[in-house]
Design a protein around this ligand. Structure first.
Ligand code: GLY
Length: 381
């Protein structure tokens, strides 16, 4: 894939995810509503349409999509889902399947997911399983969903034993990212999404990382060219990785940079409002950089580059940055790592930085080294 400079790029900033018969396009522009509706009219004429949306974006997006489609379709129905992780539940999953069946949804119906990661994961899993699979498209409305969760076909719901423990790989038919809707997001949500953006630079593209060092503030201030380029570059990188390893048997695991540590922190905080996912990833990437330094891949200046940049954007980088953090111990953190669904019989695989802009998987990390990194992390809090 040619990595064009930001100035050479043109709207809409399409990205193709090449997966043979499951290939699809991601569209990125100011407002994709008209394009998404045209896509639905073109590809699903005569079919019934079911919109599953976060209730927080009804007035910002979902109502407009429904109103635009209604004149052209006999059936366009909207299910509004309460905002928040609690909606990714077995109960909500069952309720929406029941609703689809009662509304007469068929194998050839289309599901439209409108919202952040919760809605994309939930509606995607519903699409994957209702009548053994119906088409769906994603209209992600958060930065995190636009650059990561809406792309690549991971869908899931939570069960009591853990987050995302039930799900499927199921690709959407298209993804439509509007930059204008991001302006409604609280700063904290934008920063949380930014952590996943920086992740792509660190793991795959040093030039993009450097560009982010210079342009992150513009991106967070919603300057359109910066938002469009960052979302497009992340989607390009994710598309390149997913095209080679759709079901995460190797390369795709690189996208979990910082996530082994992040999941431990999220579990410690009970997945509540003390720590958003992107904030946990921000801290997790700093820990991954510390571990990479201990392994001798990067030097202390490189590790500091990562934490300094995130800090400069007021993102959390240490345990002490989490308000009302629970007391923990290295033993507890390590035990939680072994419980992570990404741990295998061979132990925990860590994504480390071989250099800034290039990540790799490592599974033979000594517990002593890990303990050193975690001890420093907790002591400094
Ligand atoms: N969010 C990581 C992945 O989609 O693989």
């Amino acid at each position: 894939m040619i990595n064009q400079q930001p100035s050479q790029r043109q709207t809409p900033y399409n990205v193709r995810v090449e997966l043979g018969p499951r290939s699809y396009d991601i569209y990125i522009e100011d407002d994709c509503t008209a394009r998404a509706c045209a896509f639905v009219r073109n590809d699903y004429a005569g079919k019934s349409i079911f919109v599953i949306a976060d209730q927080a974006v009804n007035s910002l997006c979902a109502d407009a999509v429904v109103a635009a489609l209604k004149p052209d379709f006999d059936k366009v129905e909207l299910y509004s889902v309460p905002s928040g992780e609690a909606s990714k539940s077995v109960d909500m999953y069952g309720d929406i399947l029941q609703w689809l069946a009662c509304q007469g949804a068929r194998r050839d119906s289309l599901i439209i997911a409108i919202g952040g990661g919760v809605i994309g994961d939930l509606a995607g899993f519903i699409a994957a399983s209702y009548m053994r699979g119906v088409d769906f498209i994603q209209i992600p409305t958060t930065l995190l969903a636009q650059v990561d969760s809406s792309v690549g076909g991971k869908t899931a719901i939570n069960i009591a034993a853990g987050k995302n423990l039930v799900g499927a790989f199921y690709q959407p038919k298209a993804v439509f990212c509007s930059s204008s809707i991001l302006k409604s997001l609280p700063t904290r949500e934008m920063r949380s999404g930014y952590a996943e953006i920086y992740k792509y630079g660190l793991l795959w593209d040093a030039d993009f990382m450097v560009w982010l060092h210079d342009n992150a503030a513009r991106l967070l201030a919603h300057e359109a060219d910066a938002v469009h380029y960052a979302v497009q570059r992340c989607c390009e990188i994710k598309a390149e990785i997913v095209a080679q390893d759709e079901r995460e048997s190797g390369l795709r695991a690189l996208l979990n940079l910082g996530h082994t540590f992040a999941h431990v922190l999220e579990t410690l905080c009970g997945y509540d409002d003390r720590l958003r996912h992107g904030e946990a990833v921000s801290i997790g990437m700093c820990l991954a950089a510390d571990l990479s330094e201990k392994l001798g891949f990067i030097d202390s200046e490189d590790a500091l580059t990562v934490s300094r940049h995130l800090k400069s954007l007021s993102m959390p980088t240490s345990y002490g940055d989490i308000a009302n953090r629970p007391k923990t111990s290295v033993d507890e953190m390590i035990a939680l790592m072994y419980r992570d669904k990404k741990a295998s019989a061979q132990g925990i695989t860590f994504i480390v930085l071989e250099r800034l802009g290039k990540a790799a998987c490592h599974s033979n990390i000594s517990e002593n080294m890990l303990r050193d990194v975690l001890e420093r992390f907790i002591e400094n809090a």
